[in-house]
Design a protein around this ligand. Structure first.
Ligand SMILES: [Zn+2]
Length: 236
């Protein structure tokens, strides 16, 4: 049974390494996901700015059309002036011209305000686009790092997976089942050292008789608190 314990310990080392890989993989992936989220957030800002600018440009186009219409009215009215016969009609046309010119000034003021807004939005957008570029590069770098790490992991995992299968094969079916059940129920740790009278899996004290037996008895013993399989390292 001592040799089975050796197999179990090696198996546990492999499973612990696999578990660390999984954890690191999740950490890496979370890091990339976080950067991607930031990227999406800034992209949304850039899109919102672009939409706002589009809206203003469309208003500006409408205003420009109205401006041209008013300018056309002024020209037409001014062209009529020399042919006007009555004072009354003359005053009426001059009034039309004044109204159109006032409207032109109003529209020009609106257009100029929009141009100011567009300028501000455009510089905000440039700023956000630069930020976006920086984040996109960071995502790329981060993803490349993760890919490299994962490739290393994956070749190591392939290596130890083969050994893991061999080890499992060497265990009697009952022991294998016990080990696998513990792995799934005890957070991936099934085999632990008993040290200074305690289980290092759950840190509870072991009955003294059990602890002593670990040094003498040639069978698998488990912690009465967490059920993990125990081993001791002989001192000296
Ligand atoms: Zn325990």
């Amino acid at each position: 049974m001592r040799e089975k314990l050796g197999v179990l310990r090696e198996l546990q080392d492999i499973d612990r390494e696999m578990k660390q890989f999984e954890e690191q993989k999740r950490t890496f992936e979370a890091r990339v996901a976080e950067k991607k989220q930031e990227l999406a957030r800034v992209q949304e800002m850039v899109d919102a700015l672009a939409d706002e600018m589009e809206g203003l440009k469309s208003t500006r186009r409408e205003l420009t059309t109205s401006l041209e219409e008013e300018q056309g009215k002024v020209q037409k009215s001014e062209a009529r002036l020399p042919e006007i016969k009555t004072q009354k009609e003359y005053v009426a046309v001059l009034k039309e011209i004044d109204t159109a010119k006032a409207r032109i000034r109003e529209i020009e003021a609106q257009v100029s305000e929009i141009d100011g807004q567009l300028e501000g939005l455009s510089s905000d957008r440039e700023e956000k686009e630069a930020e976006l570029q920086t984040i996109a590069e960071a995502v790329e770098t981060s993803q490349a790092e993760v890919d490299t790490e994962l490739a290393t992991f994956s070749s190591r995992v392939d290596e130890i997976s083969g050994r893991r299968a061999e080890l499992l094969e060497q265990l009697p079916a009952g022991v294998r089942k016990r080990y696998q059940t513990l792995i799934s129920r005890r957070a991936g740790i099934a085999v632990v050292e008993a040290r200074n009278g305690a289980c290092t899996g759950c840190n509870m004290h072991l009955p003294p008789q059990l602890y002593n037996d670990l040094f003498k008895v040639d069978r698998l013993l488990d912690c009465p608190h967490c059920n993990r399989l125990l081993y001791v390292v002989e001192q000296g």
